[in-house]
Every structure is written in C-alpha cells, then in structure tokens.
Design a protein around this ligand. Structure first.
Ligand SMILES: *Cc1c(COP(=O)(O)O)cnc(C)c1O
Length: 384
C-alpha cells in the first residue's frame, strides 16, 4: 500500500468511528457569544476562561508592545531575540509563583515537550494516565523509562516509586483538561519526599483561576514542595505561550539544554505584551477565578440533579459523560439548536466509552446566562 492509500484508509476508519474532525468557520471567536455557521450561540467550548482574550487592557498591552518592539523577535532568545518586557514578564511571574526564576516557552505543548525531554536523561518518569498529550510526547521524546499510573491512583504510584532507586520524576496535570478534576497534590508531594522524587506540575487549566490565580498547587498549599511549575498563557490568560517557574538551577539548565527553547524563534512582542498585561490583570483581580468556580459549583449541582454524570469535576471544566460517540454528537447538536456550543470530546482524546460533552465556563457569565444554560440542559436531559 502506498503512503497516500494508507492516509485514505486512516481517514475512512476515523469517519466510520464518528471521530472525524473538521475545523469550522467561527465569527467573534473571542466573545462570549460566537457565530458558528451563522448561528449565534453561547460559547462553552473555549479555554478563554476569564474572557481576557477580548479584554481592552490586554489588547492595549499587545498593541503598545508592537509599537515599541515591532512584530517579530527576530531570533531565538539565546541569540538576539530577547527584549526588555520578556525579562519583565519572567521576573514578575517568578515573584507571583514564589520561585527563584521563570522562563517563557513558545506554547504549552512545546514547554512540556522540551522540559521533560531535557530533564529526563537517565530518569524514570511516573505519569498520571490522564496527563495531557504534550507530557506523553515529551516522555516519548526523552526515551526515558516511564510508568503510567492509573488516574490519581496513589497506591499504584507508591508501588511504582518503591521499585525504582534513583532519578525519579513525578509529572501530573493539576486540573485535568477533559475531566476538570484535581490531582491529589498533597499525597503526591508526600510520596515525592518519601521516595526522593522531583515533582513537575502542569497548571494549564488552573493558572489564573485557583489559588488567587497562582495555580492549584497554591490552593492546596504545596507550592514549596513542587520543583517545577509549568503553566500556559493560552487559557485563562487569554493570550499565547507558556512558562516554567522553578529554581535558578533548573531554569539555567533549561536555557542551556532545552531544545524547544534554544532552537526556536522567541515569541513576538505582541504576545509578550499581552501576557504581561494579562498577568497584571490577574494579580490585580485575584478573586475573579473564585467567582468562576462558584458559577461552576452551581451548574455542577444542577446537572447532577438532572441525573447527568459530571465525573469528579471540581473546576470550571465540567464533563457530561454520555459514553458513546453517537449520543455525544446528538447531544451537542441539540444544545446547539438551543443556542449553546459545547465540545463533543471523543476517543482518542478520552478513553474509549467515555465520550462526553465538555463544558468550559467563563467568569463573565451572568445570572440570566446561567439560567439559559440550565434550561438548555434541562431540555437535553428530557430528550436523550
Ligand atoms: C492546553 C494544554 C497544554 C498545551 O498548551 P498550549 O499552550 O495550548 O500549547 C498543555 N498541558 C495541558 C494540561 C493543557 O490543557
């Protein structure tokens, strides 16, 4: 079979399993109400959790940075791609995260890939089974020995940690992207101390929201026992890029070893300007995340009262687990007809037979809009 034949066969297989993905035209994509194929609907599928992607202050930060520094960084940071607000962003972030240093990477995907690849020489990695794909890809790239423990299963993690003797790394999402549940961080850091392991957390869905915006590790009061905090600017921060906050030793090591940092052009001023404005906004509005979480609490209780399965969500991400692809796609369509757009998440993004709607809430949803969401789900509950 030729390469092209095998590509065709792959796509046919995906289509037959109702897992075919397309990218749809969307208007007003950063707003609360978007237009999807000309239908106006409330967007509950975006990771723009605080609505900052369309915030005037943050847009201004981006525009000012373009005016001052131009449109491109022109090179990697280690050559000539650095500029003042890059350093300012990292210094402000390190202070915010209570670490010695911070380093900005070009995306969350790249940050995990290059962090894990560069730290894992001769290491053994312990990885939650539901960690983000970028963590898995980083592990594969590192060629390190690794174990995947069952989701949040601390007994299994302990058994595995006991088997190995040196250079152990535990890596976990803090808030899991498709389930919205939280990692047992207190237990993870207890085991890490007991078995001498280095701990990396991915705060992609928690930064800006939990722990007054500092992340779930802060919310759980274990921030000082985490060796490496990774997070993104692409979700609650409403912009793009990612960071690693850690000790001076780790950050200096990354600057000298992380291939995804060294061999890639630095993010442009427009992005760094937005990130800095966004960080300032979150530092000045530490309770906006709490507000979002209370909206989520209310909706979660309501969905449970309808008998829907929302898993173990504790966050602004609420899954409605419907199991089959067919039912999930049908439910997505029904909600769209009611004016609400939610993601229909299917394998391989989630395990087989756990297909789901993924509701991601925004802090600027008002009381009427919350009632509108409840009405739509009440209707859905009655017809499926
Ligand atoms: C989105 C996400 C990433 C990737 O971040 P990008 O900035 O979108 O590349 C990494 N980890 C987790 C847990 C994520 O949800």
């Amino acid at each position: 079979m030729s390469i092209l034949d095998s590509l065709k066969e792959n796509l046919e297989h995906i289509k037959n399993n109702q897992q075919y993905r397309t990218i749809q035209p969307i208007s007003n994509h950063a707003k609360k109400f978007i237009e999807l194929n000309d239908i106006k609907c409330l967007n509950l599928s975006s990771n723009n959790y605080l609505g900052l992607a369309d915030n005037e202050e943050i847009k201004k930060g981006s525009i000012e940075a373009i005016k001052q520094y131009g449109c491109s960084s022109g090179a990697s940071r280690v050559v000539s791609g650095n500029f003042e607000i890059y350093d300012k962003l990292e210094q402000t972030l390190a202070k915010f995260k209570h670490t010695q240093k911070a380093l900005v990477l070009n995306s969350g995907y790249v940050a995990n890939l290059t962090l894990i690849q560069s730290l894992s020489k001769n290491a053994t990695i312990f990885c939650d089974k539901l960690n983000h794909a970028s963590i898995i890809d980083g592990i594969i790239l590192s060629k390190a020995k690794f174990y995947r423990y069952a989701h949040c299963d601390m007994e299994m993690l302990e058994k595995l940690l006991k088997k190995e003797t040196a250079n152990k790394i535990i890596v976990t999402d803090t808030i899991f992207s498709m389930d919205g549940d939280g990692a047992p961080l207190k237990e993870i850091v207890r085991l890490a101390k007991l078995y001498d392991a280095f701990v990396i957390v991915d705060e992609a869905h928690a930064s800006g929201i939990f722990g007054e915006g500092r992340g779930y590790a802060f919310c759980e009061h274990v921030e000082n026992d985490i060796h490496c905090h990774m997070g993104t600017f692409s979700k609650a921060f409403g912009s793009f890029g990612a960071y690693i906050a850690s000790s001076e030793l780790v950050i200096d090591y990354l600057i000298n070893n992380a291939r995804g940092f060294i061999f890639s052009t630095a993010l442009p001023p427009s992005v760094i300007g937005a990130n800095l404005s966004s960080l300032n906004y979150i530092m000045q509005n530490p309770l906006v995340g709490k507000k979002l979480l209370s909206i989520a609490d209310e909706l979660r209780l309501f969905l449970k009262s309808l008998g829907l399965d929302v898993g173990n969500s504790i966050s602004q991400i609420i899954p409605v687990i419907l199991k089959t692809n067919e039912l999930t796609l049908k439910a997505q369509k029904i909600l769209l007809e009611k004016g609400i757009f939610v993601g229909a998440i299917r394998p391989p993004t989630v395990p087989y037979n756990t297909s789901r709607l993924r509701i991601s809430l925004r802090a600027d949803i008002d009381k009427n809009e919350l009632e509108f969401i409840k009405d739509a789900f009440r209707y859905l509950g009655n017809v499926i």
